[in-house]
Design a protein around this ligand. Structure first.
Ligand code: ZN
Length: 438
């Protein structure tokens, strides 16, 4: 057999092996979907145990028995595997998300209860809020908290609102896993919550600091319009959260949206319902956003600011980038709901996605989580700093503003893509951004 012949044989052999692997994977995933559906059918309330870490965080264990722990489902384990292999999070950040649970909730109460569990309010008030929320479940849309499809609870894990995902499609929460469209939404939501918001909270410096002062729960309380207790300490925390929220919102939602798309895209080839998966993970481009906004009667300023920030003619100075981003955020806020109507998602998701995408193009996608960890590599001494100082720091010091720290990383270009160590070194030396612990 001559060399060409041998090479051809090897190629054939490899291609049939890779087909076999793909087939096996496809079968495993289909079995997994079936297994999940069967587990629900057999379960009845209380038959499937909730993850012990989640149960431990609940003050009322009698209320949690019907939740289903999805963490060991093959499709979700595949998400984790992709994250570990594509980004080597364990290797470069020295932390792990392995113990982080993903829980599927079948009723409004199951979903709302863990969110309310950590909020500073008396038990009687908590129960009253839950009852009020349950009462809105028949309306379309239901109350604020119940319209969300998933939530990351700092220090606890992520919860998927199976009840709402089913309600939108007229399915029971147990039928959701039998319908590709609906089960794809579960997966995309889990990617967004766990590997987007969960990653920032568990593995970055300012995420961890926010958790340590209970800012995470305040964030949820404010995001869902839940009234908690009125004390000066709480008012101080609520204001602190608002200041930090504003200076990191584009990084939070931008990264969660980007990583959701990245993971779903990576799975789409191997998943039995790949195309359906992609429909649930949006993607954005600066040009398309500008075009959509230019059709709005008052979209001009936002289009102009998009051009200033994303223009290839940059670099601006560090102060110039900070000012351009602040102006863009203000212009998008002025558009209010019209932005999401024109573009499909609110500005922090869509423009935040574009910031991540620009970094992926210039440094390789593997560098994106590290750009985020670098942007979030700040500690504010939240227990000691006054709110007035904190506001001034994030507004006037570009290096203390998470959104700006991320945007700065768009303006240099790596010679070799996906080279994390060199990328971090250059961000440190050229932008003065300390590297996250590696
Ligand atoms: Zn989000």
């Amino acid at each position: 057999m001559d060399l060409n012949e041998r090479l051809r044989k090897i190629e054939e052999d490899l291609s049939s092996k890779s087909e076999a692997i793909k087939r096996r994977l496809h079968e495993t995933l289909s079995q997994d979907d079936r297994r999940m559906a069967e587990a629900f059918e057999k379960s009845g309330a209380g038959a499937v145990a909730v993850n012990p870490a989640v149960a431990a965080a609940m003050p009322r264990p009698d209320l949690v028995s019907a939740r289903v722990d999805l963490s060991s489902a093959a499709t979700l384990r595949m998400l984790d595997g992709l994250m570990e292999s594509a980004f080597e999070v364990g290797r470069h950040l020295g932390g792990s998300m392995q113990a982080y649970p993903t829980t599927y909730c079948e009723t409004p109460r199951e979903y709302a209860q863990p969110i309310l569990a950590g909020m500073p309010m008396p038990d009687a008030q908590r129960e009253q809020v839950l009852r009020q929320m349950e009462a809105t479940a028949g309306q379309d849309p239901p109350a604020g908290l119940l319209t969300s499809l998933g939530v990351h609870i700092p220090g606890v894990g992520c919860f998927i609102n199976g009840w709402r995902i089913g309600q939108i499609r007229n399915l029971s929460p147990r039928e959701v896993f039998r319908v590709p469209e609906a089960s794809a939404q579960v997966l995309a939501t889990a990617a967004h919550e766990k590997w987007g918001h969960g990653f920032i909270a568990e593995l970055t410096a300012c995420g961890k600091e926010k958790q340590s002062v209970q800012l995470g729960m305040n964030h949820l309380a404010a995001a869902f319009g839940l009234r908690t207790v009125d004390t000066p300490a709480h008012a101080r925390l609520a204001q602190q959260w608002e200041i930090l929220f504003h200076s990191s919102h584009y990084v939070e939602e931008g990264f969660a949206t980007w990583v959701e798309r990245y993971l779903v895209e990576s799975m789409a080839d191997q998943h039995p319902h790949g195309k359906t998966l992609l429909r649930h993970a949006p993607t954005f481009e600066v040009e398309a956003i500008a075009k959509a906004l230019s059709r709005l009667p008052n979209g001009g300023p936002c289009v102009h600011q998009l051009g200033a920030l994303f223009s290839p003619q940059a670099p601006l100075s560090v102060d110039g980038i900070h000012a351009a981003l602040q102006r863009l955020i203000a212009a998008a806020e002025d558009l209010d709901g019209a932005f999401a109507q024109a573009v499909g998602m609110p500005a922090p998701y869509a423009i935040g996605y574009c910031l991540m995408d620009a970094i992926a193009r210039r440094h390789g996608p593997k560098c994106v989580p590290y750009a985020v960890a670098t942007a979030c590599n700040i500690q504010y001494d939240l227990a000691g700093v006054s709110n007035q100082d904190l506001r001034e720091y994030v507004e006037t010091h570009p290096s203390l503003n998470v959104n700006t720290r991320l945007a700065l990383q768009m303006y240099f270009r790596s010679e070799t893509l996906d080279d994390v160590r060199t990328f971090l070194k250059r961000a440190r030396e050229e932008l003065g951004l300390a590297s996250p612990k590696t």
